[in-house]
Design a protein around this ligand. Structure first.
Ligand code: ADP
Ligand code: MG
Length: 728
């Protein structure tokens, strides 16, 4: 096995970057493999086009007969681009994307064939989906699920396949995927936000949530990855001593992108352009071999699809460049992990970003309304937001020694903190004309100016306001953004609905003017949300203590974090908004808890296997070399050999101690795993894994890593950290 490590290193060192030529301007190929608006105009009848656009913009249903026209146009376009197959493309709860390809090809008898793709095939498909996770939903109702076309995300061609973005639901309508609840949440926030916008502008008819994600990842040579069974099976290193050179020098961050990585990025960006993914930024991240790609933000549903598609693409394109992409949040201990910042905002069909300060006092009051309501939503639902980003792999960032922490807080910067503290003192009840003028001129009116020099940026906050959007930074790099986006948009929708009814009560019952009512409600919200606002450093004990005093949750493990999803408050929240009913909420909880258990169980098994079948035998082999050496010294020097063999003898003993510790800890972990598996209750089982099994990982690892330092490098079977991180 030691041979595989050196073979992999040799292969890696011999690689040359693949030259990627960009023949055409990016702007001219952008979206050319997408059935977008301009292509639809070309391939659809006028009425079919109008119907699709109405579905996209107003959420209307598409008539079944019109679907036949659309499918015909889509097929013609796809075939003209060389497509032979079509698939419904969806995002089941496994975390990957799924597709089942069917050919356009059909026989028509007498040995003849045609290309066929009807409206029925566009609108609905029935994948054999019995082995996607469903948390018991399907067993309770029907044994099958089906996929249904989502016209708000355009169809695209990848390779020779026409991919049609779809939702995935059970026959009784329960969501079995990430997209369905997201679409419902986006609808909820749309209608709630439109109602609030009407206070400020009667022309607003639609509000879109926008999302701009920033995808971090590691790029490691394929051969090196293949030489590490832990990365292959679990996506991360379960052992390995940290290398002498780590990221201390900070020489990778924004440094020159290594050549092979650059070729990969150019290739990837070319595909992104064809698929209409507006990739914009690329750079090195903090850790060696860690990078980031960020697109221009888009409507949230499309942005979520584009992120899932990008992750697929990255795996495929990496293959061409002999790389593996690691999306795991913490592939290497002691080196920065990866996240996926979710930049989020709301904007109107009249072109206003509701989280950007405006030019007039009135538009700034609107900004403050959405700004403060978002803060209040996070304040009231911080634990749910934490649950939305919980996973076994993200636990290594949240709650470990890495920013952001497991405690959700909101950072808004000095300037806006001052604005809020002034608004907190607004008179209760009707405002005097003087006070209103003062507010409008000197508080609300000053916002655009102060935002210009809002340079204070906090990099560790899990949820930060960054000038014209909030940035949810605690999302994991591996996660599907749909989950955090469903939660965020739902809690803001709920909050806006409550805000509207409180303001209306003041207007109707207390005969207040609209502005007075808005100021009054916002004042109370600022007071009620003070606990969530935190401008300090999120690392360490001081904030943990302070957060505890404030009553903020600090759930360090996924099983503890997820529990809130089946609380009455959360079930009612989603149910009330029509985002998820009780069955769907409970099913998701079960799926995520199961997923957690399976991940940890797998890691435990892989770690035991590597420790016992690779590390221990290697240590024994090296110990034998030492024993031979000691025997030889004795042969030559007789009684005085002891002085010369002193270090060797100590090493021999040391190695034995580590071997003993590894074996006993592996046995102990296996017992803990067995007893955890005896638990029927999913919560108890997951907690047993967290509290009993996971602690054994570091016990075992610690001894393996010590051996790595003792054993002859030539014999060591696993590719080392310095080789994984610094060979490129
Ligand atoms: P950084 O956070 O790295 O300093 P920026 O603040 O420039 O970078 O933007 C980061 C991301 O925020 C980009 O991907 C961008 O598309 C996204 N973004 C900018 N404005 C919005 C918005 N209104 N809604 C959602 N995302 C946005
Ligand atoms: Mg950012």
């Amino acid at each position: 096995m030691a041979i595989l490590r050196f073979h992999a290193l040799k292969q890696t060192l011999e690689r040359v970057p693949i030259y990627i030529e960009e023949k055409e301007r990016r702007s001219s190929i952008f979206g050319s493999n997408v059935f977008n608006e301009s292509t639809m105009r070309q391939y659809l009848t006028k009425s079919a086009f109008t119907e699709v656009m109405d579905a996209v913009l107003k959420g209307t249903k598409i008539d079944r007969l019109v679907a036949d026209h659309i499918s015909t146009g889509m097929k013609e376009w796809a075939i003209s681009k060389g497509a032979t197959h079509y698939t419904h493309w969806f995002q089941p709860l496994t975390g990957a994307t799924a597709e089942k390809h069917d050919a356009f090809f059909d026989t028509i008898g007498e040995g003849a064939a045609i290309e066929k793709f009807g409206g029925g095939e566009l609108v609905q498909q029935e994948p054999d989906a019995s082995s996607f996770p469903n948390g018991g939903i399907r067993n309770m109702f029907e044994a099958r699920g089906y996929t249904a076309w989502d016209p708000t995300s355009p169809a695209f061609i990848y390779g020779t396949t026409l991919c049609i973005p779809t939702v995935f639901v059970s026959y009784t309508g329960e969501a079995l995927d990430y997209k369905t609840p997201l679409l419902r949440a986006l609808q909820a926030v749309d209608s709630a936000a439109v109602a609030v916008c009407k206070y400020f502008d009667k022309n607003v008819k639609k509000v879109n949530a926008s999302l701009g994600w920033e995808q971090e990842y590691f790029l490691i040579d394929k051969a090196l990855v293949a030489s590490r069974p832990d990365i292959v099976a679990t996506g991360r290193t379960l052992l390995g001593h940290s290398s002498a050179k780590g990221q201390q020098l900070d020489d990778h961050y924004f440094g020159t992108i290594p050549n092979r990585a650059m070729s990969f990025m150019r290739d990837l960006e070319h595909e992104c352009m064809l698929l209409g993914i507006p990739a914009k930024t690329r750079h090195n991240e903090v850790a060696p071999n860690q990078f980031e790609l960020a697109p221009i933000f888009e409507e949230a549903n499309l942005a979520v699809d584009h992120n899932s598609l990008l992750m697929d693409l990255m795996h495929k394109i990496a293959e061409r460049h002999h790389f593996k992409v690691l999306f795991h949040e913490k592939p290497f201990a002691g080196v920065n992990g990866s996240g996926k910042h979710n930049n989020w905002s709301l904007s109107t069909d009249t072109g206003v970003n509701l989280l950007a300060p405006g030019k007039t006092p009135m538009s700034n009051l609107q900004f403050l309304t959405f700004f403060i309501n978002t803060i209040k939503a996070v304040n009231d639902n911080e634990e749910l937001l934490r649950a939305a980003i919980a996973s076994a792999s993200n636990d290594h960032r949240l709650g470990a020694n890495e920013a952001p922490p497991a405690i959700i807080s909101v950072f808004i910067g000095d300037q806006l903190t001052k604005v809020l503290s002034e608004l907190k003192n607004v008179t209760s009840g009707k405002l005097s004309p003087e006070e209103k003028t003062e507010l409008k001129l000197n508080v609300v009116g000053k916002i655009p100016e102060i935002m210009l020099d809002n340079t204070d940026r906090n990099r560790t906050s899990p949820f930060a306001f960054t000038g014209n959007k909030f940035e949810f930074r605690a999302v994991g790099s591996k996660a599907n953004c749909a989950n955090p986006m469903t939660v965020l948009n739902s809690i803001v929708a709920r909050q806006l609905i409550d805000f509207k009814s409180e303001v209306d009560v003041l207007i109707e019952k207390k005969e207040m003017k609209k502005d007075d009512a808005v100021f009054n409600v916002l004042r109370e919200y600022i007071k009620k949300s003070k606990n969530i606002l935190f401008e300090g450093n999120g690392y360490g004990d001081a904030w943990e203590k302070e957060a505890k005093k404030r009553g903020l949750s600090n759930n360090k493990s996924t099983p503890e974090a997820l529990k809130v999803r089946v609380s009455k408050k959360v079930i009612d929240l989603f149910d009330g908004l029509g985002v998820m009913n009780r069955v769907e909420s409970e099913a998701r909880y079960e799926i995520e808890m199961d997923e957690y258990v399976h991940r940890i169980e797998l890691e435990g098994r892989v770690l035991s296997d590597i420790a016992k079948s690779r590390i221990v035998p290697t240590a024994v082999r090296y110990q034998n070399v030492l024993i031979e050496n000691v025997k030889g010294l004795k042969d030559i020097y007789g009684a005085s050999f002891k002085k010369m063999a002193k270090e060797q003898l100590l090493l021999i003993e040391d190695i034995s101690k580590h071997i003993e510790a590894i074996n006993s800890n592996v046995t102990k972990m296996t017992e803990e795993r067995r007893s955890a598996n005896q638990e029927e209750d999913v919560e108890k089982k997951a907690l047993a894994y967290f509290y009993k099994v996971i602690p054994m990982f570091s016990e075992i690892r610690c001894h393996c890593d010590k051996l790595e330092l003792l054993v002859d490098d030539e014999l060591w079977p696993l590719t080392k950290y310095r080789e994984l991180l610094f060979t490129n």
